[in-house]
Design a protein around this ligand. Structure first.
Ligand code: ATP
Ligand code: LTN
Length: 332
């Protein structure tokens, strides 16, 4: 059957330590997304080695990441979930695109500048050409939309420029993709500095709640969450701490912010924080249980990866063979 839905492509680095920000802002919306789009979710292990990785850890996380996605509700039957290095077409197309990407363009990428400053002892060529591999990921699937955080916007813009340049030389090769950036509302803030986004790489563990945190840890982190000087439980721009907790509570319970304000009228922060922790822990408990079950079933995860890689290869090969023909390679 021909799938006429538009294509969505998203890449995720293999790190198991996702937060409730990732969950509420992105992962929770996956099932709905797959109604509208043909979705590819790629665990980008080749991108991950642009900074040093411990091999055993990378291998473990390459199982953990898809397990967590599935545990959060991503249906591997309805989506193509796979590992980047299992589909060699990514690296092959990346090489070709490297020859259509300018040194100056790559030098302007802010992620390259940031990461080179952070890993000054390992400014490798892969880190520099990271964006052409990302362009290859996206363009291989004739992708229409790329759901990303704001930090990846520059890379998708570069992808669009590469696709345009290639299409001008060789018409009708690539679909030019659009980024989809979640609305400001989909922004869960740090529990310690509520004017900053909750981020999985935050060094302060108390600032982030992780999907895999146990109940006691979740309750403790919410208990320590920074709130504001007066004790009213209401949403307000000058009360970012409480507003963030209300948002989290309403996301986990399905209640509106007004309903939450009413529920806690005249009650103290202590009681409210406990309720937020409780609601969060209750919602995450079945996810964690499912995650544990999946992680113990390596054979199942490998079957998902294998099926995903086969599906992805089918689409990727079509584009790669077209590109090879266009640039003048001999296809046997
Ligand atoms: P890092 O700290 O490593 O930059 P991150 O936690 O910001 O990571 P990403 O891997 O960049 O997460 O993002 C994965 C997805 O989760 C993106 O779609 C992003 O928009 C979403 N996301 C990340 N943090 C939040 C947040 N605090 N609130 C809502 N959505 C978020
Ligand atoms: N660079 C992204 C991960 C990534 C990606 C992609 C995202 C690799 N390839 C293709 C969207 C589309 C990151 O660091 N979050």
């Amino acid at each position: 059957m021909i799938d006429s839905r538009p294509v969505s492509f998203s890449g995720v680095q293999p790190s198991g330590n996702l937060t409730i920000g990732n969950y509420l802002g992105a992962i929770k919306n996956f099932p709905e997304f797959s109604e509208k789009y043909k979705c590819f979710y790629c665990v980008v292990d080749e991108h991950a080695i642009t900074v040093r990785q411990k091999p055993a850890e990378l291998r473990r996380r390459t199982y953990e990441t898809p397990a967590l996605y599935i545990a959060c509700g991503l249906d591997p039957e309805k989506n193509t979930l796979y590992v980047q290095s299992h589909v060699p077409a990514h690296a092959e197309l990346a090489w070709i695109l490297n020859c259509f990407t300018m040194f100056g363009e790559l030098s302007r990428m802010t992620q390259f500048k940031d990461k080179s400053a952070k890993h000054a002892d390992n400014i490798n060529a892969g880190l520099f050409t990271y964006p052409t591999l990302m362009a290859a990921d996206i363009l291989l699937y004739q992708t229409d939309v790329v759901p990303i955080g704001i930090d990846q916007k520059q890379h998708v813009e570069l992808t669009r420029n590469i696709a345009d340049r290639f299409n001008q030389l060789f018409p009708d090769t690539f679909t030019v993709p659009e980024p989809i950036i979640p609305k400001a509302g989909a922004k869960i803030m740090s529990l310690q500095e509520p004017d900053k986004k909750m981020s999985k790489s935050d060094e302060n563990e108390n600032a982030v709640v992780r999907i895999l945190d146990d109940r006691d840890t979740i309750i403790r982190k919410f208990k320590r969450a920074v709130t504001d000087s007066d004790s009213a439980i209401v949403c307000s721009p000058d009360k970012p701490g409480v507003t963030n907790l209300i948002t989290i509570y309403s996301c986990f319970t399905g209640k509106t912010a007004e309903e939450v304000e009413k529920e806690f009228e005249g009650r103290g922060y202590g009681e409210f924080k406990l309720a937020v922790g409780d609601a969060c822990a209750a919602k995450l408990a079945p996810v964690q249980e499912e995650y544990k079950r999946l992680l113990a079933d390596k054979a199942y995860l490998e079957s998902v990866m294998k099926k995903g890689a086969e599906e992805a290869t089918y689409y990727a090969r079509k584009t790669l063979s077209k590109v090879r023909r266009k640039v003048g390679f001999v296809n046997l």
